[in-house]
Design a protein around this ligand. Structure first.
Ligand code: NDP
Length: 281
């Protein structure tokens, strides 16, 4: 069994981004990311702090906009409009989830597609469907990067994704399809999930339930990608029963230290892509 190390692979992505950011800087072009956070969600605060730290390490200018919980839709849209028009900002990210009184989709729609480094805007979602895209949502993008780094060929492989969210499951399925995988996307209504999973050469778990994927659901020699981040007794665990699955598969991502670190690295990559595009590089 091979452990797919997200820390090593994300470090190589970040190194690449850092070099390119420095080259742009020599040409007088800065790279900037604005991160908006509304309210006090502790997990969101940690994610935003990590994104800021990554920007700083790579020479990307980061601007954080921490808005109070009672921010109105109009106030948030006004800020997005300002950032859309701010030349020094290449990427805009609004940390989700937003407080309940705000319309998440309207906020996503307000971000200029060319600054939408999360790739959640309908225009970018559509482009992913067409296979002609600049930005890919960071988590599926990170997984594709890991597979490529590990020389895992997808063409003709049976790929099963558990989870159909707009940020992970659906785009993940599309990216695997673009690489000529034969893709099945499962969800809570899937019948006999275990036998569907057991067919998978590549199994991606994005469910949000600790130790959901058990050894009996995994084909001998499969590649298993664990997207899940679950907290159990203060410890981070994935969606895959790692201890029992690891001996059955050919390669597996751990939690923590697998997909998680890739997500931020790909956000940095998307921000660089935005800066290059906006400066016609
Ligand atoms: P969502 O809650 O949006 O989606 C979960 C999906 O799992 C849904 O499609 C749901 O089906 C499906 N599901 C739930 N229960 C079952 C079941 N019993 N059988 C089959 N399918 C089931 O989650 P996300 O996609 O946002 O995230 C998934 C996990 O990945 C979470 O743990 C999250 O924390 C983690 N995550 C990790 C990231 C990283 O950087 N590593 C980034 C983003 C997320 P249905 O649609 O039918 O309800």
């Amino acid at each position: 069994m091979r452990l797919i190390d997200g820390k090593i692979i994300s470090a190589s992505v970040k190194e690449r981004v850092k070099d390119e950011v420095a080259i742009l800087k020599e040409q007088g072009i800065t790279t900037g990311l604005a991160v908006i956070i509304v309210g006090e969600d502790p997990a969101s605060k940690v994610y935003v702090a990590n994104k800021k730290k990554a920007c700083e390490a790579l020479g990307i200018i980061s601007e954080e906009y921490a808005l109070p919980e009672n921010t109105t839709q109009e106030e948030l849209l006004k800020l997005i409009d300002e950032l859309n028009n701010k030349a020094s900002i290449n990427g805009i990210l609004c940390q989700l989830p937003l407080p309940k009184h705000l319309d998440e989709q309207a906020v996503i729609n307000a971000i200029l597609p060319e600054k939408d480094v999360d790739a959640f805007h309908p225009q970018n979602v559509g482009k992913i469907m067409l296979g002609d895209y600049d930005f890919v949502p960071c988590t599926p993008a990170g997984i594709m990067e890991m597979l490529q780094y590990e020389n895992i060929d997808i063409s003709g492989k049976t790929c099963v994704v558990i989870g159909r969210s707009n940020i992970v499951g659906k785009p993940m399925g599309m990216l695997l399809l673009h690489k000529n995988g034969t893709v099945t996307i499962c969800h809570s209504r899937t019948k006999d999930l275990a036998s569907v999973c057991k067919e998978a050469d590549v199994l991606v778990a994005a469910v949000g339930r600790p130790n959901f994927v058990t050894a009996d659901m995994v084909k001998e020699g499969a590649v298993v990608i664990d997207v899940g981040i679950n907290r159990v007794d203060g410890k981070l665990v994935g969606d895959v029963d790692f201890q029992n699955v690891k001996d059955k598969c050919s390669a597996i991502t751990p939690v923590p230290g697998g997909v998680g670190p890739m997500t931020i690295a790909m956000l940095m990559q998307n921000t660089l892509t935005a800066a290059k595009k906006q400066n016609k590089r």
